[in-house]
Design a protein around this ligand. Structure first.
Ligand SMILES: Cc1ncc(COP(=O)(O)O)c(C=O)c1O
Length: 385
């Protein structure tokens, strides 16, 4: 089994980072559930000394993710937030970061409630407007932190345009690519320097593990992240690494179905008289539909919509039967949620209002069930509104 340098995406997903286990030929990289490795003699070992520093299952996952995102190296962490935390250690006190204004609520909480204590400063800009990025940059700006599409209003940032602006000021760009997954979008191809994932979502894909990853291209970033991963120790465990590796093998076919189902559901909701407004990049009515076509392969599995009032949204959420009322996203099963009181509860109400997370908004992570069953579930729930 040898992966050619010109292997295509689906082949990379299945094989990159993995070779048959040298001791048995096992085709699947084993779960190396060990904390240490026996050395042959003093100073003589097989490249593995202690499992915080190196673990073969984690290394396989890191090789896999680096190849999928077209990066030079990847580092796997205990969660998406641990991955974001590791990236932020590239900065020092006094540094300023420009951040997509409706970034994930947990990211906002990390920046505002933890990192401000260390004299980091943040400006939240509408990065869908390239002019707003330019205006937010200061002499002390050391990072542009992007999320596209955003959660849950599905606003997009022009990655190539944003990278050109940031690089013009010597500022590296990091993209949280969790929402899209590398099947739908590969930010490094557009100039990004770092990519973050919550592997908890589409990469794992089966709602059975928590993890995160950073993919890097620059040698200085790679050297620092390797150091920080070992020094802070927020590593992904071997079992969780193995589950993500199993998930990435089917990422392309899962994403094709996520994309197809989400488009059908978005069109269905957009045509329903009880639904006020639908946010989905795949709809021609989305203000950045053309950008989505240029930048993304498919439009992703997430959509949100407004029901006109909180009461109506609550009735719908309490009436679905097949869709599960739950936080998180990116699993094979459809999840439905209320961003204002669930995923974005840590964002102050006035900020939520500012970035368009209204109290009547519902988000769906569209799974890969038969789409007719999903439509029927919405149909019966909407009938009760
Ligand atoms: C876009 C995005 N980034 C990061 C995270 C954090 O990931 P984790 O929950 O694995 O820490 C999430 C979690 O929902 C997310 O949606």
């Amino acid at each position: 089994m040898k992966l050619r340098t010109n292997a295509r995406f689906s082949t990379i997903c299945i094989h990159a980072g993995q070779t048959p286990d040298p001791s048995t030929g096992a085709i699947i990289t084993p779960i190396y559930q060990t904390s240490t490795y026996v050395q042959d003699a003093l100073g003589v070992h097989k490249g593995y000394e202690y499992a915080r520093t190196q673990n073969p299952t984690r290394s396989a996952l890191e090789g896999n993710l680096a190849a999928m995102e077209h990066g030079a190296a990847a580092f796997a962490f205990a969660s998406g937030m641990a991955a974001t935390g590791a990236v932020m250690t590239l900065l020092k006190s006094g540094d300023h970061v420009v951040v997509t204004d409706n970034t994930y609520g947990g990211t906002y909480r990390l920046f505002e409630n933890v990192l401000r204590k260390y004299q980091l400063d943040f400006t939240y800009a509408d990065t869908s407007q390239l002019g707003d990025i330019e205006r937010a940059i200061r002499p002390t700006t050391k990072l542009l932190f992007l999320e596209t599409p955003t959660n849950p209003v599905l606003r997009l940032t022009d990655l190539a345009g944003a990278c050109t602006i940031a690089h013009g000021h010597g500022i590296p760009v990091v993209v949280d690519n969790t929402f899209a997954s590398p099947y739908v979008q590969r930010p490094i191809d557009f100039g990004a320097d770092l990519v973050i994932h919550s592997t908890t979502k589409f990469l794992n894909g089966h709602s059975d593990g928590v993890g995160g990853a950073v993919i890097a291209v620059r040698d200085d970033h790679i050297e620092w992240l390797r150091f920080v991963q070992n020094t802070e120790g927020a590593i992904i465990g071997p079992m969780d690494a193995w589950l993500v590796l199993r998930g990435t093998k089917t990422l392309p076919i899962r994403m094709e179905r996520h994309n197809a189902n989400a488009l059908v559901i978005a069109e269905y909701l957009a045509s329903h008289p009880k639904v006020k407004r639908v946010h989905y990049p795949g709809l021609p009515s989305h203000p950045q539909h053309d950008l989505a076509r240029r930048q993304m392969t498919g439009f992703g599995g997430l959509l949100s919509f407004e029901m006109g009032s909180f009461e109506r949204a609550r009735t719908l959420l309490n009436s679905v039967e097949l869709m599960a009322l739950a936080e998180s996203l990116g699993g094979v099963e459809t999840l439905i949620g209320h961003p204002a009181t669930m995923t974005h509860a840590s964002v102050p109400p006035e900020r939520r209002q500012q970035i368009g997370i209204t109290d009547d908004m519902i988000r769906i992570s569209v799974g890969i069930e038969d789409v007719d069953d999903l439509k029927e579930d919405l149909e019966q729930a909407l009938a009760r509104v």
